[in-house]
Design a protein around this ligand. Structure first.
Ligand code: ADP
Ligand code: MG
Length: 338
């Protein structure tokens, strides 16, 4: 009997920690999905229905893609070595494969065997031997995936991991669902990855969103603040998930060229784009590529995204179009189109 009472208490506690609440102004939904804490804040007449629909869509996509969900589409394909893709998976895959080509392999969704080798998919990650890394690297390479219409075929030993791009796709998708309701505006945070819609109603009228960019050192305040709307603002950094061994830090963004955690000289990368999947994929890719390659990539693709780079030695670089909408107490270097 006692055990049941404990269980009931636990359920009540969990229920009070998640779900949607309306505190006078906006509706706020908190869920745990895509391996992270998600908050959806919605303003307007249909805020509740909009937030609810957005949360359900994120949970649906998580069930398709999560490595942690036994029968997710991604797990089924990884186990079988081939399979038929849903429309959404095909769409993320298309973006991922395009970025794989354009970033010369910096974003590679076939890193799964490497992630597993490092133990990032388990509870106790550890540094593998150089031999094991070399051997596992031979299985990595998105260029060897075969796509035939909706059919995806992997090579022996390959596995896909959409972790670098899934949250951005999901937040953009959720945002477009919210925009279909009668709402003034909304902001979604998927573990710090932000997506905003419309404007925020205030006493001074409807205003753009102010998005603070997190400091990688967890220090006080923000790196800076962006003022905008209808964009994804997605940040990647080695500080998000890591372990320590012999005093050395090893983080979860791997360089598919070396098999080791990326060491491109950047502490964090923030991508701003109307395309959420692109923003997420590029936040990871640019972190791997480092300053020089990222700047070169931006110059070749300016217009589709903007970026804020913080280097390991503390320089803050911002692409020119963000000049008017980004403020920071730090000195800013502007990346021009040249
Ligand atoms: P987060 O998901 O922590 O916000 P990212 O968007 O940068 O950060 O994605 C990191 C995740 O992407 C890793 O946890 C792993 O699943 C996957 N990953 C790691 N390195 C790469 C890479 N070079 N290319 C593609 N996916 C990667
Ligand atoms: Mg990413």
């Amino acid at each position: 009997m006692k055990r049941y009472r404990m269980l009931l208490l636990l359920c009540l506690l969990l229920f009070s920690l998640t779900g949607c609440t309306r505190a006078r102004g906006p509706v706020r939904c908190e869920i745990f999905s895509m391996d992270t804490h998600i908050t959806i804040t919605c303003y307007g007449k249909e805020a509740e229905a909009a937030a609810d629909a957005a949360a359900q869509e994120i949970e649906r996509l998580d069930r398709l893609w999560s490595i942690g969900v036994e029968d997710s589409e991604v797990n089924r394909i990884n186990r079988a070595g081939s399979g038929s893709l849903s429309i959404e998976t095909r769409e993320v895959l298309d973006t991922a494969l395009r970025l794989y080509e354009e970033t010369e392999g910096a974003l590679d969704i076939t890193v799964l065997p490497l992630m597993e080798l490092w133990g990032f998919t388990s509870r106790d990650p550890a540094v593998p031997t150089p031999e094991a890394i070399q051997e596992t690297l031979s299985k990595v390479g998105a260029g060897r995936l075969k796509l035939n219409g909706p059919e995806l075929e992997l090579e022996e030993g390959q596995g896909i991991d959409l972790g670098a791009i899934a949250k951005g796709y999901a937040s953009a998708r959720a945002a477009s669902i919210i925009a279909g309701f009668d709402v003034d505006g909304a902001v979604l945070s998927l573990g710090g990855n932000i997506q905003c819609v419309g404007k925020k109603p205030t006493n001074q009228g409807r205003v753009l969103w102010k998005i603070g960019i997190r400091r990688p050192d967890d220090g006080e305040g923000y790196l800076g603040v962006l003022t905008l709307t209808d964009k994804a603002v997605i940040t990647s950094g080695g500080y998000e998930r890591f372990f320590e061994e012999n005093g050395q830090r090893y983080h979860h963004i791997l360089d598919p060229a070396s098999g080791y955690p990326a060491d491109g000289g950047l502490a964090s990368v923030t991508i701003v784009s109307a395309d959420g999947a692109l923003a997420d994929g590029l936040s990871t890719a640019c972190f791997v590529m480092g300053e020089e390659r990222s700047v070169k990539y931006w110059r070749a693709h300016a217009g589709s995204f903007d970026m804020i780079l913080l280097t390991d030695d503390g320089r803050l670089l911002v692409t020119e179009p963000l000049k008017e909408i980004f403020t920071s107490d730090m000195k800013i270097e502007i990346i021009t189109k040249q």
